[in-house]
Design a protein around this ligand. Structure first.
Ligand SMILES: [Mg+2]
Length: 275
């Protein structure tokens, strides 16, 4: 029987868009734990932020930071050897994203060239990040510990946004969007990272079935890369219409409430398939 691996977005998905609480998802988290299903945080968050949420949820599985910038595998998690780029603080790290300074430089170049008002989190003080992200001071500090991608906001409406997206793509870099920010990345995305990590699980366990759950455009590549894609609702109750995949399941509620019911359903349908 295949083993299940779950890839999950955090902001607006496992964590409530406004309060960042995962409280409503506790039942499903416990069910995954008792079924020994790995829960791979696959998020735009930095490693520093993710480590906080791993501690709070008791998660010890690998994770994917900064929209696919890097895969962090705890040392000894897989029995087999695999190729990684660096060893750091007990993780074997596979790097996929361009260095942060490179994407920041590209963003500066676009700002100068177009005159469009672009503000990256690296240009902002902690207070501005706190306000835009709805975070406390300590958490806003962790947002700014970037290694790969740069979240940013654009002034000037949708026309300016389209211009910026075009300029990013012209440079061979990647644009995506989460619940609050635009993101500029190297040639990496969540989907590439998910495929590589899935490969490591397959080598370890043989047959693996993957599920993915997210809420925004930056989850599209992840949802395309998994066997079972699930979309949760936005705070207003609607869906991100840019995220559409044939056969995709949709949760019945936003954020962690939708996560909870969709994952409980997933576990039941998976176990009913039987050995
Ligand atoms: Mg999200």
């Amino acid at each position: 029987m295949p083993r299940l691996v779950l890839f999950t977005d955090l902001d607006g998905t496992l964590l409530d868009h406004d309060t960042y609480s995962f409280g409503p998802a506790r039942e499903a988290l416990a069910a995954l734990e008792s079924e020994s299903v790995p829960v791979v945080f696959t998020t735009s968050k930095t490693r520093a932020e993710i480590e906080k949420w791993r501690r709070l949820t008791g998660n010890t599985d690998p994770f994917i930071s900064e929209n696919g910038g890097a895969i962090f595998v705890p040392e000894g998690y897989f029995r087999g050897d695999f190729v990684y780029d660096r060893k750091e603080d007990g993780y074997l790290v596979i790097e996929l994203g361009a260095p942060h300074r490179e994407v920041v430089r590209a963003l500066e170049d676009i700002r100068r060239g177009t005159g469009i008002e672009i503000r990256g989190v690296s240009d902002m003080g902690v207070e501005e990040v706190m306000e835009l992200a709805g975070l406390g001071e300590e958490d806003a500090g962790l947002v700014r510990e970037r290694e790969y991608g740069e979240p940013f906001v654009v002034g000037g409406g949708s026309e300016a946004e389209e211009t910026v997206v075009g300029e990013i793509e012209k440079r061979g870099l990647t644009h995506t969007q989460g619940g609050r920010f635009h993101h500029i990345l190297g040639r990496s995305d969540k989907g590439k990272a998910v495929s590589i990590l899935k490969g490591l699980y397959v080598r370890e366990w043989g047959v693996v079935e993957t599920a993915g759950i997210g809420d925004s455009l930056n989850d599209l590549s992840m949802l395309k890369a998994v066997d079972i894609p699930i979309l949760v609702r936005k705070p207003g109750g609607g869906y991100d219409e840019r995220v559409s995949i044939t056969g995709m399941a949709v949760a019945d509620a936003p954020g962690p409430s939708g996560w909870n019911s969709a994952i409980l359903k997933l576990i039941v349908s998976f176990s009913e398939k039987g050995p």
